[in-house]
Design a protein around this ligand. Structure first.
Ligand SMILES: C[S@@+](CC[C@H](N)C(=O)[O-])C[C@H]1O[C@@H](n2cnc3c(N)ncnc32)[C@H](O)[C@@H]1O
Length: 196
């Protein structure tokens, strides 16, 4: 799929989707206590911007990037109406990834581009924290994307970020009671602190 096809696909989806209060991902909402009290934050491939809104409400200077002009316009309108300060920007993250050492917090949810995993860690300030949650290949029902290209393998985030400090990792697969826990998605929270 070309980038303009990607943009058109997401624009059409967001134009059709009823407007509702954007929700933060579980990796962020359930681990909010790990956020710093100030600094710069980025919601990467933000969609409706639920993560960005939580980051801004937590006192962080927040940017939100997405390829879809439709969803960025919706997010700007939402922020204006609520008086929330989020710098929402149309940006293709494949060609314009974040600069190295630029953010104290980065959130990524339900977006997987393997070629950017290392750039995301590199974009953290020393001590900066990455909250990442996305869909897994292992699932018990039809949920999330179908192509393995967009689905995490078992332990994939843990393996990708070997060598950095992991504050939290979940990848529960189909073990045990499927009505409880984090299913069909995996999360990692890591800190930019090299392990010796
Ligand atoms: C499944 S949605 C997830 C949105 C949001 N993070 C969430 O959890 O609700 C994937 C998002 O990635 C965005 N996206 C896809 N390709 C992108 C690219 N190359 N650059 C920036 N955003 C992109 C889409 O527009 C879409 O909003």
């Amino acid at each position: 799929m070309t980038l303009s096809e990607t943009r058109e696909k997401w624009d059409a989806r967001y134009a059709d989707l009823p407007l509702s209060e954007p929700e933060a991902s579980r990796v962020l909402s359930e681990n909010r206590h790990l956020l710093p009290t100030d600094g710069k934050a980025l919601d990467f491939a933000c969609g409706r911007g639920g993560n960005a809104l939580l980051l801004a409400a937590s006192g962080l200077q927040t940017s939100a990037w997405d390829i879809s002009p439709v969803v960025i316009a919706q997010l700007r309108e939402f922020c204006d109406a609520r008086g929330v300060a989020v710098e929402a920007q149309v940006r293709d993250v494949l060609h314009q990834p974040p600069e190295a050492g630029a953010y104290d917090v980065i959130t990524v949810s339900r977006f997987l581009e393997r070629s950017l995993l290392q750039a995301l860690a590199a974009a953290l300030t020393p001590g900066g924290v990455l909250f990442y949650q996305s869909f897994t290949q292992e699932k018990s029902c039809e949920v999330g994307p179908r192509s393995p290209q967009y689905l995490l393998e078992k332990n994939e985030l843990l393996t990708a970020y070997r060598g950095l400090r992991v504050l939290s990792f979940r990848d529960e697969g189909t073990q045990g009671n499927m009505q409880a826990g984090l299913r069909h998605e995996s999360w990692i929270i890591l800190q930019n602190e090299a392990l010796s």
